[in-house]
Design a binder for this molecule. Structure first.
Ligand code: PEP
Length: 251
């Protein structure tokens, strides 16, 4: 069984005063939950401060992206080694906002994942269809293409997390039916097992992401092969994120 993971993606939100939310979260989760890992991915500017604040906590931190080169002339970018140096254990790669806003391709995501894993980070690789792709009944083909193109060969059950995030569900309040989530998660699991073998394929945590809230978390976590969530808006406030962590622990 993969370990359950509740991951928060703060996106381009938060300044120093937002760290009070992390203090609230850490106070409410004083020790590691036996089965649930908790990860927060703040903007790069907060990563080191947040990691330092969480030194005595079981909450991990991660970046939201990294460059595929180890270092060099890439103004404005952040390397995998810099994320590690700032206390991160994970990095989100291939989020649909990066794919859309920055034109990231599957091949870019794969290169970034290779570099991040070589540096010692766990990678959270995002896949998901647009509304038009779902309407055209292309969801599973799109997911298969993203998995094949974005996930490098060197992954193990320890360093890979997959987040299924339908683009049309991110930040919109729209959520697929539980049957639709289950269909895609079962498909991802089968695809990973075919490619990496049953042992690795079964141990990769599969997260659902897209408008997860306290009100729908329990229902989503009851879906087969959903091992946790990647949460955007509802991860910004401890009062919203905590009930999601608790729902996952109880699932
Ligand atoms: C996300 O950005 O990964 C996300 C799922 O956002 P939200 O929870 O706000 O839909």
């Amino acid at each position: 069984m993969p370990r359950k993971l509740a991951a928060g993606n703060w996106k381009m939100n938060g300044t120093g005063e937002s760290l009070a939310e992390i203090d609230r979260l850490a106070a409410a989760l004083p020790k590691a939950e036996a089965e649930v890992a908790v990860l927060i991915c703040p903007p790069a500017t907060l990563l080191e401060r947040m990691s330092a604040r969480l030194t005595h906590s079981a909450i991990a931190t991660g970046g939201q992206d990294c460059h595929f080169d180890e270092s060099g002339a890439h103004t404005g970018d952040v390397s995998a080694a810099m994320l590690l140096d700032a206390g991160a254990t994970h990095v989100i790669l291939g989020h649909s906002e990066r794919r859309n806003d920055h034109g990231e391709t599957n091949s870019d995501v794969r290169s970034k994942a290779r570099t991040a894993i070589a540096a010692g980070l766990h990678v959270v690789i995002c896949v998901g269809e647009t509304e038009a792709e779902r309407d055209a009944a292309n969801t599973l083909d799109i997911i298969q293409g993203q998995l094949a193109g974005s996930v490098p060969d060197l992954v193990t059950g320890e360093n890979l997390v997959i987040a299924y995030e339908p683009v049309w569900a991110i930040g919109t309040g729209k959520v697929p039916s539980m049957a639709q989530i289950g269909e895609v998660h079962d498909f991802i699991r089968a695809s990973l097992e075919r490619r990496f073998g049953a042992g690795v394929g079964r141990s990769v945590p599969l997260l659902y992401g897209g408008s997860v809230k306290p009100a729908n978390a329990q229902e989503i976590f009851a879906v087969h092969n959903v091992d946790g969530a990647l949460v955007g808006g509802a991860s910004l406030k401890a009062a919203d994120f905590l009930p999601i962590v608790e729902a996952l622990a109880a699932a």
